[in-house]
Design a protein around this ligand. Structure first.
Ligand SMILES: Nc1ncnc2c1ncn2[C@@H]1O[C@H](COP(=O)(O)OP(=O)(O)OP(=O)(O)O)[C@@H](O)[C@H]1O
Length: 355
């Protein structure tokens, strides 16, 4: 056990967030009249379809996968912007997916915050930075004395590498990276335990991305924060994540410690994703596009959702949905892995999938 493990276990439950069978379906049916005239039935989009995941306290868990696999929907479920269709969403011991008590929900919301991708869109351009950062303090009724609010805002600005005097300026006076720092300061205002970061760096230049990721790491160390990072960018994940969950069409196909996942990816889809990782030092070099189309979540394939793109798929894969099973230090949902049909390095498994 590493010293960091001992620390988290000593605090009690090492798991801050526990997801069991977490599901979000959207009713995307055409209006009733259209359905009657055109003889169409109801349509349900399975954005998230039975997710089991533990998010370790004080650590960084990342969810990766191609666009449309359900990452942002998970983020929105976690911060209670959406209600689950089914399943458990337990945060600090409370199933917040089922909470109806307003005060309990407000208390949970204070302890978790979301950082969005686009700091332009998420900051009110007409408000001074001080007011933007102070807003959660007022909304949650944490501070009302103007001098105390000013002190807290100054402290938060300094925490994220800005100056106390920046409170007087407007968002447009800052660069993209600085604006993301302002978003993070606002996210920290209510002293949350859990930050959900949805593509926190994808709107930024590569050089600035590393600064923001370093800031997130420093804040985690200083404040004991737990992160869920949502991204399609494996380079970001490699830089910051302790644990990685790989999503495909609303389900997790692999969950593993970051080192294990990069050294020995197991699921054929993870192996294919790895082929597309840009080198952090040479981000423009050798980035292959992903082969094949992701099937529609309106009509997901039977059995393993990945079987339509997987060169190792057999009849069982087409018929039977694989469960997420323990596999070394991680978990993988793959019949080929369970049956020992994967090559150790993954070369054979991905050859047929390369464009
Ligand atoms: N409010 C909604 N109503 C209907 N469908 C939705 C809604 N939100 C998301 N979806 C659909 O759910 C699926 C998952 O979307 P989601 O945004 O969670 O994926 P993602 O992996 O975050 O993709 P991206 O990286 O492009 O944001 C997509 O097919 C999307 O069109």
């Amino acid at each position: 056990m590493s010293p960091r493990d001992e620390e988290t276990v000593a605090e009690g439950d090492p798991v801050l967030v526990r997801l069991r069978g977490l599901t979000k379906h959207f009713d995307v049916s055409p209006p009733l009249l259209t359905r009657l005239i055109e003889g169409r039935s109801r349509q349900v989009l399975k954005a998230v379809d039975g997710l089991d995941l533990d998010i370790a306290r004080g650590r960084t868990t990342a969810l990766v996968g191609e666009s449309g696999c359900g990452k942002s929907t998970v983020a929105r479920l976690l911060v209670t912007l959406y209600r689950p269709t089914a399943g458990d969403l337990v945060f600090e011991g409370t199933d917040i997916g089922r909470l109806t008590d307003r005060r309990a929900l407000a208390s949970a919301r204070r302890r978790m915050q979301m950082i969005f991708q686009d700091p332009f869109a998420s900051l009110n351009p007409r408000w001074r930075v001080g007011r933007i950062i102070a807003e959660p303090l007022r909304a949650h009724g944490l501070l009302d004395d103007p001098a105390a609010i000013r002190r807290r805002v100054a402290e938060l600005l300094e925490h994220v590498g800005l100056r106390a005097a920046d409170a007087e300026r407007f968002p447009h006076e800052f660069s993209g990276g600085q604006r993301q720092r302002i978003s993070i300061a606002r996210g920290l205002a209510s002293s949350p335990h859990f930050l959900v970061c949805d593509e926190p760096t994808s709107a930024l230049d590569v050089s600035v991305q590393a600064q923001i990721l370093n800031l997130l790491r420093d804040l985690q160390r200083d404040l004991g924060l737990t992160y869920l990072i949502i991204t399609h960018d494996l380079a970001v994940v490699r830089f910051i994540a302790d644990t990685i969950g790989v999503m495909y069409l609303g389900r997790l196909c692999e969950v593993a410690p970051a080192d294990t996942l990069f050294a020995r990816p197991r699921h054929p889809y993870t192996r294919l994703l790895m082929e597309t990782v840009p080198d952090l030092r040479h981000p423009d070099r050798d980035r292959r596009p992903m082969a094949g189309e992701v099937p529609s979540p309106l009509d997901p394939p039977s059995g393993c959702a990945f079987h339509t793109r997987c060169p190792l798929a057999n009849d069982r894969c087409r018929r039977e949905r694989p469960a997420l099973r323990q596999d070394g230090p991680g978990q993988v949902a793959c019949h080929a892995a369970e049956e020992g049909r994967l090559s150790p390095e993954g070369g054979d498994a991905v050859k047929g999938m390369r464009p």
